[in-house]
Design a protein around this ligand. Structure first.
Ligand code: GAL
Length: 651
């Protein structure tokens, strides 16, 4: 992968000059310099103004902005401007609009109203991408290309007839014959057997539960379809420009999105968008997780945070503002976990439009504001972190995460509708992180040799090859912790017979004959004093030590927690204390005792740099020695509450 092409750890932002009169553009650039903005993402939603009519291009105003930025020494992440088609295009070609599973058209009037399989959209968008690449492909200010924007956000799946035909072509490629499709989809069930590919539809609204493998393949297809669109734009750009190409992924923002592990192979560098979600119980634990997952998607190479918010967003039920100090700590969380640049949506808070209450670098109040001063302080802080750029993050714990599994294990008609794929992943990630350990969140097929601990949370769908890789890690001596509802189905989402957890029965030395999920609000007690909820199963330890049993609930007396050598099985959702205790026990068995850090503090190492972030209530004492890059002075061992140190360690 290419290195992030901006200087040091740069601060950036989306810049949407078309929302403002020409007269402020020059001031914008001057103020950007004052804030420490090193690059801007330009042109994301500019299509309607760059091409006001099918046969009319207007690049004059855009050229002016590009030159102003260049003169100001601000680098450009150049969008291809294709994210949102202009009204003249959707009016002329309503057949390019997406259609939902009920057959309703998704109308223009917002953004991204285009079907990923539409040839009309594609030809117009590629023509625009070509204009952009031709005009700006070798402009010295352009350091990165930004294809479209958050591909899959709003229009990730489309059920129209054009998409149906594309889906059939994709299926014919995947299976070769309709017999193979019938086998993979298990169509003997409910009289679904197909006589030809022509009879196949995308999973539109059905009366009863749709075929799960059909739905899974449709998710795979939808991801591939957008990826092929990305590649088409990228290839157009490459014909005119040697500048690296990427797009902004959303690795944790939406479930019905792309398979980011697959996408990363086509990107010159990985860029991610992340927004804190106040609806989650622990939004900042999710921030840690998202950054570790982005690094996993980037195959441990440095990556770019392409979008986040300086304070509140506008799209949650309640849009929580950041408190003083949080902007710095949130940005440093990404840097500590591998980001080599931090960018925000957007430079000036909009006056009009759907996002007028989204925070920005310059709020409605203007630059004479606490928010702008905090932004400028962040710009200065990031500038001091240049020595960190390019450094790797070293993790001894891997947590396996797979979008295909996510799609499959939140389908209807599973043993419980209460289970969320990310739930176990978040809990176990947080538990190991709280121990002061760094966790790589990687695909199940990743090379696991470097890890002392491998966590396998709810890997419901698991291919034979991935199961073999996990067993090999245990055989090599890694501690492998598998949770409930793992190894249940194969890559076609067919149940592995002979007892659960099919793919991991031998590795774990356990066998379950039946699941016994718990009703919402029900908890069970274990004989080690802990409690659990959500899930239990009729489990037998065939070749494993039983570490804890249920004392009540539907399977009282059955094992809840087992261990066979270095393979651990946790057959239920443990309470927070028990989760923490088990994480600590597994880490101890792996011999990776972590540096003790006070509650609320995270210590992450990136190359020679220790990032100490103190979100706790009081000052934190940590045993780290060297120079604090943020102050330039020797680190005195204490980080005040709500503050951070980035210590270049000695020796
Ligand atoms: C992103 C999008 C931006 C802006 C932002 C607001 O999804 O790429 O254009 O809408 O969200 O949080």
């Amino acid at each position: 992968m290419t290195r992030v092409p901006f200087d040091g750890i740069a601060m950036g932002c989306d810049y949407n000059p078309e929302q403002w009169p020409r007269s402020v553009w020059r001031e914008d650039v001057a103020l950007m310099r004052e804030a420490g903005v090193g690059f801007v993402t330009l042109g994301v939603f500019s299509w309607a103004l760059l091409q006001p009519a099918p046969d009319r291009w207007d690049f004059g105003w855009f050229d002016e902005v590009v030159e102003l930025l260049h003169e100001g020494g601000i680098a450009i992440d150049m969008a291809t401007a294709t994210a949102s088609p202009p009204p003249w295009l959707t009016a002329a070609h309503p057949e390019m609009l997406p259609v939902d599973a009920d057959g309703h058209t998704v109308w223009p009037g917002s953004r991204q109203s285009w079907c990923p399989s539409s040839p009309v959209f594609r030809s117009h968008a590629l023509a625009l991408a070509e204009q952009m690449a031709f005009r700006y492909g070798d402009h010295p200010a352009v350091r990165l290309w930004h294809v479209s924007n958050e591909l899959g956000c709003h229009n990730g799946r489309c059920w129209c007839d054009v998409s149906a035909a594309a889906f059939r072509r994709w299926l014919a490629d995947r299976y070769g014959s309709v017999e193979k499709l019938n086998d993979a989809w298990g169509t003997a069930f409910w009289s679904q057997r197909y006589g030809s590919f022509e009879q196949v539809l995308p999973p539109r609204r059905t009366g009863a539960v749709p075929n799960p493998t059909q739905s899974l393949d449709f998710a795979r297809f939808s991801s591939d379809e957008l990826l092929s669109y990305y590649c088409a734009e990228r290839d157009v750009i490459r014909a005119h420009s040697d500048v690296p190409v990427t797009t902004n992924l959303m690795v944790t923002l939406h479930q019905d999105q792309q398979d980011n592990h697959r996408w990363a192979r086509e990107l010159d560098l990985v860029a991610n968008d992340h927004y804190l979600d106040a609806r989650l119980p622990e939004p900042r634990a999710e921030l840690d997780f998202a950054a570790d997952l982005t690094r996993g998607v980037a195959r441990r190479e440095p990556w770019l945070l392409m979008e986040t918010a300086t304070s509140a967003v506008n799209w949650q039920p309640v849009n929580v503002a950041k408190r003083p100090g949080e902007l710095l700590l949130d940005a440093l969380t990404h840097v500590a976990r591998g980001a080599d640049g931090i960018a925000f949506f957007q430079w000036l808070a909009s006056r009009a439009g759907a996002e007028k209450f989204h925070s920005a670098l310059v709020p409605h109040a203007g630059p004479d504001s606490a928010r702008f001063r905090e932004v400028a302080a962040l710009g200065a802080a990031l500038a001091r972190l240049a020595p960190v750029a390019g450094a790797p993050v070293d993790a001894r714990v891997a947590l396996l995460f797979d979008w295909e599994c996510w799609w499959a294990c939140e389908a209807p008609s599973l043993p419980t509708g209460e289970l969320r794929y990310t739930d176990a992943a978040h809990r176990w990630h947080a538990a190991f992180t709280a121990l002061g350990l760094t966790v790589d969140v990687v695909h199940p097929s990743a090379d696991l040799d470097r890890y002392a601990v491998v966590v396998v949370p709810t890997l419901y769908l698991c291919s034979d090859a991935d199961a073999a890789g996990i067993a090999a890690a245990a055989a090599r001596g890694a501690q492998v912790l598998v949770t409930y509802f793992s190894g249940i189905t194969d890559a076609d989402d067919h149940v592995r017979l002979g007892g659960y957890p099919g793919a991991f029965r031998d590795l774990l030395g356990v066998r379950a004959e039946e699941f016994a999920p718990l009703l919402p609000g029900h908890t069970v007690r274990l004989d080690d004093g802990s409690t659990a909820d959500l899930w239990t199963e009729v489990l037998e330890a065939t070749d494993a030590a039983v570490l804890a049993r249920y004392v009540d609930g539907p399977v009282a007396g059955a094992p809840a927690l087992t261990r066979r050598g270095s393979a651990w099985y946790v057959a239920t959702r443990l309470d927070a204390g028990a989760t923490a205790a088990l994480a600590s026990r597994v880490a101890a068995a792996a011999g990776i005792a972590a540096a003790a850090v006070p509650a609320g503090v995270t210590l992450t190492r990136r190359g020679r740099h220790a990032f100490v972030l103190n979100r706790g209530a009081g000052p934190a004492r940590v045993d780290v020695h060297g120079t604090d890059l943020l102050t330039g002075a020797p680190f005195r061992g204490v980080v005040p509450a709500g503050s951070a140190a980035v210590v270049e360690e000695e020796g």
